[in-house]
Design a protein around this ligand. Structure first.
Ligand SMILES: Nc1ncnc2c1ncn2[C@@H]1O[C@H](COP(=O)(O)OP(=O)(O)OP(=O)(O)O)[C@@H](O)[C@H]1O
Ligand SMILES: [Mg+2]
Length: 237
């Protein structure tokens, strides 16, 4: 007898609800855009060394809001897990505008964990991609983001996460939220600056690069939204 026949559909449903859905940000499979994320992942791998090497907490920020941080984080983490078979964690550190958290309201995250409401294993959730886990911001719009991002508990927890994952990709607030970003910098190794090509002023990009913590700036990711067919281009300064 086919064992699948005895599984009640609702059991499968409940299991799926525990997962974080990222589909709204993921570019189409085998698209040119997806290939560009593999190029970015390969560059990271080359720059940061082979699995097991330290320094694999990579944060993405941008000078201004809406430049494509979340979209880049989701797709980078996706290809790291799916195509490179790394254990990847997508960590949502943008507590003021938590897009992934908002799209997955039923799932507790960083805020619930740091405030002691939910243990770590209750906030690290799986996804449809094997090897890709997500820790969302949790409760939407938290005015006390500094207390969460600067907590001693989070500092200690990052040590554990570094052991459990090959890569931690951090979705940051934009650089306007300077205090939050400064706290994230305390527990991340590297920064990538997402730049919406053709929109963000060159001088803004330049001063943003200078403001990022010295020695942690890896490069800029050009997120080009002007062309419909091949909208994603990357480069490093
Ligand atoms: N490379 C890209 N090509 C096409 N559209 C893009 C690209 N990057 C982002 N977008 C679109 O731009 C908008 C903003 O993207 P996203 O939410 O990823 O930005 P963000 O920097 O995380 O924004 P926020 O500062 O609000 O967190 C979304 O509608 C997204 O679909
Ligand atoms: Mg975002």
């Amino acid at each position: 007898m086919d064992r699948n026949l005895i599984i009640h559909p609702k059991v499968q449903q409940a299991w799926d609800e525990d997962k974080v859905t990222l589909e709204r940000w993921q570019v189409p499979r085998y698209s040119a855009a997806e290939e560009q994320f593999r190029v970015l992942a390969t560059r990271l791998r080359t720059m940061l060394g082979q699995p097991g090497a330290p320094g694999r907490v990579v944060a993405l920020t941008s000078a201004l809001p809406g430049e494509g941080k979340t979209l880049n984080c989701v797709n980078l983490a996706t290809v790291l897990a799916r195509d490179f078979e790394y254990r990847a964690l997508l960590l949502e550190a943008d507590l003021k505008r938590p897009a992934i958290g908002r799209g997955n309201r039923h799932i507790p995250g960083l805020i619930e964990y740091v405030s002691g409401e939910v243990p770590l294993k209750g906030v690290i959730r799986g996804t449809a991609i094997e090897g890709l886990s997500v820790l969302t911001a949790g409760r939407a719009e938290n005015p006390l983001s500094t207390q969460v991002l600067g907590s001693a508990l989070l500092q200690r927890t990052m040590l554990r996460l570094r052991e459990s994952f090959d890569f931690v990709v951090v979705d940051c607030p934009p650089m306007l939220a300077a205090s939050d970003l400064g706290l994230v910098a305390e527990w991340t190794d590297h920064f990538l600056l997402v730049v919406k090509a053709g929109t963000t002023d060159r001088s803004v990009v330049k001063s943003s690069m200078e403001c990022l913590p010295k020695g942690k700036f890896l490069g800029a990711v050009l997120s080009d939204t002007r062309e419909q067919d091949d909208r994603y281009r990357y480069g490093t300064y």
